[in-house]
Unconditional design. Structure first.
Length: 254
């Protein structure tokens, strides 16, 4: 068979994508899936999605009920998370290399870089697990996956802020100062919202009051959206970077 030559730029580039475009696409996939599942559940599966063991009035579906309770919500969520997972792993590697390239004299710094990278991977794997094992299929596995996801996500956000402070990257440029500021605020908001959501969840289980589970569901939405926004700060971190696939120079081919 004849090998058809591929069109190349002058520098041998096969593919070029701005990192900002990759960041937007990666975040928009789960954002679209989340909005679709919640809105579709409210309009077409309201009774099933808002039902709880307390049998009290509830007006919003929890995320687990919205993404895994019925179709087509379950299919759409799985599609969006599956599509966005590969870029998420790529971004995790990019951040890992980026942090290791920053200078910091403290001996613990490299270990924190590795820990942050590991937590990022665990967060992604746990998200995939809780996505493809819904609460209606296996509640125990779904619950454990969610606990691992939220613990890894909060720990990853915290260590990310620590790394930025250790390397003083937030003092370099206006974009990096803005990124660090938003990282701190989003981590604090995410942690506070999750803590309140846990309290509201237990109150619902203990007292079965009307509307309390609705408050819990709304707080869940804020936790998820603030997590997405935290990852979106890559827009400022790598605004001048590109993802490039190119051919090797002739003298480096074997």
């Amino acid at each position: 068979m004849f090998q058809v030559p591929l069109p190349l730029d002058r520098d041998g580039t096969l593919f070029r994508l701005r990192f900002t475009t990759l960041a937007v696409g990666t975040v928009c996939c789960p954002l679209f899936g989340f909005l679709f599942c919640v809105i579709w559940s409210l309009f077409f599966h309201f009774n099933e999605a808002t039902d709880t063991h307390c049998k009290v009035p509830n007006y919003l579906p929890s995320i687990s009920a919205a993404i895994g309770g019925a179709t087509p919500e379950r299919y759409m969520w799985r599609l969006c998370i599956g599509v966005h997972s590969a870029p998420r792993f790529l971004v995790a590697v990019v951040y890992w290399n980026h942090y290791r390239s920053c200078h910091c004299p403290r001996p613990i710094y490299l270990r924190l870089c590795n820990a942050t990278f590991a937590l990022n991977l665990v967060e992604n794997f746990a998200l995939l697990l809780l996505t493809y094992v819904s609460s209606s299929e296996n509640y125990a596995i779904h619950e454990y996956a969610f606990i691992i996801f939220i613990a890894a996500a909060l720990s990853h956000m915290f260590l990310t802020c620590v790394l930025w402070r250790m390397t003083k990257k937030h003092t370099v440029s206006p974009e990096e100062r803005k990124s660090y500021k938003w990282k701190q605020q989003l981590f604090g908001f995410n942690f506070l919202t999750f803590s309140v959501a846990v309290c509201v969840y237990f109150r619902h289980n203990w007292y079965c009051e009307p509307g309390v589970y609705t408050v819990f569901a709304f707080l869940e939405y804020l936790v998820v959206l603030s997590n997405m926004a935290f990852h979106m700060t890559a827009w400022w971190d790598f605004g001048n970077k590109e993802l490039v696939v190119s051919s090797q120079p002739e003298d480096k081919r074997f």
